[in-house]
Design a protein around this ligand. Structure first.
Ligand SMILES: Nc1ncnc2c1ncn2[C@@H]1O[C@H](COP(=O)(O)OP(=O)(O)OP(=O)(O)O)[C@@H](O)[C@H]1O
Ligand SMILES: [Mg+2]
Length: 483
């Protein structure tokens, strides 16, 4: 409570004096003393409990004094009754003023408590006008209470909604909402907050105010961004280094169609240089050249996509598509290591939502590991099997499963859990990042990856990704198209 000003005290004294004068010197048939009740009530705005009691006592004394001065000679029941009514009015007004004072004090005590919290708390009314602003809000946003009160909160803080499509609907239904927002401070910098809203309603259920409690999560968001950035750098570096391992295979993949183009070009020339050029043969040789040119440029396009550093971008695709992207890049590596390939892909394949480059990276990692695990195996067939299928998790959800099985060294059950840890490797030149990155990628797609030993030998890696139902797939495709 602020201290009373001189003007307030002076006005009160003048009021009391005027009422006393009228009550005493201009005796009317009505009880002027009831006006003292107004003075008592008004005093509650700027006086404490003791002050109110003092004003009450002064008003009672003046009422009695007036009565004595005016009516001391003759006792009449009318004036006594009127004086008693005046005294009652003063008493009732004093009680009401004391109660108001107490309620106001406990409210300001509670508000002072809210100043102790680190959170920014403010209250805005139905028109979004700020009616309360705690010390935490002053500190977080840089707006002093005096300047914030009376402003429209969303305009003042330039609120940006992040994860809250149905904000207002939810608030209407449950009177509560929680989500992440970005606000702008007084100095123009942005601050991320976790925001909790609680709507207050009157007894008829009509909303009249909303309390907003905001905690600063800017540092946490920045750390998450830095982590995401570091992870994507690492992903990129390891992808490039895996591609480096596959250089011979890839060079072969590009060389083969180039060699075919040259052979077909030479053949065309020969058909053309004949005395009677055979244009039919030339036409089919040129068609083969175009086909081979496309093949080479497809491989290069896939390689460029893998080598490029780009942010993840999700598309509706199938795991079969990714397998088809990857096989040309690893075929030669398998051939060089005497590894046979058996591909058994489910058709039609279920749709998933994923990043083509990241998922290709996962499959390349698994295939290269499998080739490594089989490179020293003698006495049995070196076979890499890639199988896709759908598994029914429960009555509603399906998973697209890709299995990559080899006949290599197999996995010791004791270390099966370690395989996916960063830097775990049993290879002299291994980084131990392949599986760790693969797991991060698959999990960021809402899926899982596991490793077990094969039935007789070798290892079996399983990737599971949630299947997009047809309705979701259409919606996702529409959404991606409008992005
Ligand atoms: N198909 C497999 N069969 C047997 N062991 C495997 C197989 N795949 C992975 N491992 C084991 O898991 C370890 C970790 O694999 P990961 O791909 O994470 O790293 P790395 O292949 O050693 O190195 P890099 O980071 O270059 O991929 C391997 O060193 C190997 O011991
Ligand atoms: Mg590896």
């Amino acid at each position: 409570m602020s201290r009373p000003t001189g003007l307030q005290i002076a006005l009160m004294l003048v009021g009391v004096a005027v009422i006393f004068a009228i009550d005493t010197f201009a005796p009317l048939d009505i009880e002027i003393a009831v006006l003292y009740a107004v003075v008592v009530i008004a005093s509650a705005d700027f006086l404490g409990r003791r002050g109110i009691l003092l004003v009450c006592a002064a008003c009672v004394l003046q009422t009695l004094l007036s009565y004595v001065i005016v009516h001391s000679e003759a006792f009449e029941s009318g004036p006594v009754l009127r004086a008693l009514i005046g005294l009652c009015a003063i008493g009732i007004a004093t009680l009401a003023a004391l109660r108001n004072r107490k309620a106001a004090e406990s409210l300001s005590d509670q508000a002072a408590l809210l100043d102790l919290t680190h959170d920014a708390i403010f209250v805005r009314n139905g028109n979004d006008v700020i009616t309360y602003w705690n010390a935490g809000a002053e500190k977080l946003y840089g707006w002093p209470r005096k300047e914030a009160l009376g402003q429209k909160s969303h305009a003042l803080l330039k609120t940006k909604y992040l994860l809250s499509a149905g904000t207002m609907e939810q608030l209407d239904d449950s009177s509560r909402w929680q989500g992440e927002l970005v606000h702008t401070r007084r100095d123009g910098t942005e601050v991320w907050v976790v925001s909790r809203w609680a709507m207050q309603r009157d007894e008829r259920g009509r909303p009249f105010a909303t309390m907003e409690t905001n905690s600063d999560i800017t540092e946490q968001k920045q750390a998450e961004d830095a982590l995401r950035h570091a992870r994507s750098q690492l992903e990129h570096v390891t992808r490039i280094s895996t591609l480096g391992e596959l250089t011979a295979s890839i060079a072969h993949e590009v060389n083969q169609p180039l060699a075919a183009i040259v052979t077909n070009g030479e053949a065309s020339l020969r058909w053309l240089l004949r005395d009677e050029p055979n244009l039919e043969e030339v036409r089919s040789a040129v068609e083969r050249m175009i086909g081979n040119g496309r093949r080479a440029s497809d491989v290069i396009a896939r390689l460029r996509a893998l080598a490029r550093k780009s942010n993840p971008s999700h598309a509706v695709l199938t795991l079969n598509d990714i397998v088809a992207d990857v096989i040309p890049l690893v075929e030669r590596e398998m051939h060089n290591n005497d590894v046979a390939l058996k591909v058994d892909l489910q058709a039609p394949a279920p749709l998933v939502l994923g990043d083509r480059v990241q998922l290709a990276q996962v499959i390349i990692n698994l295939v290269v590991n499998a080739i490594h695990a089989m490179s020293q195996i003698e006495g049995r067939r070196r076979l890499l099997s890639i199988t896709s299928r759908t598994s029914l998790e429960d009555s509603t959800s399906q998973m697209a499963v890709l299995e990559i099985e080899d006949t290599g060294t197999g996995i010791d059950p004791k270390v099966a859990n370690n395989l996916f840890a960063a830097f775990y490797t049993t290879k002299a030149d291994g980084m131990g990042m392949g599986l760790s990155i693969s797991r991060t990628i698959v999990e960021s797609h809402g899926g899982s990856i596991s490793a077990t030993s094969g039935d007789r030998w070798g290892a079996l890696f399983k990737i599971r990704l949630p299947v997009l139902q047809q309705v979701e797939a259409t919606a996702a495709a529409d959404l991606l198209a409008t992005d």
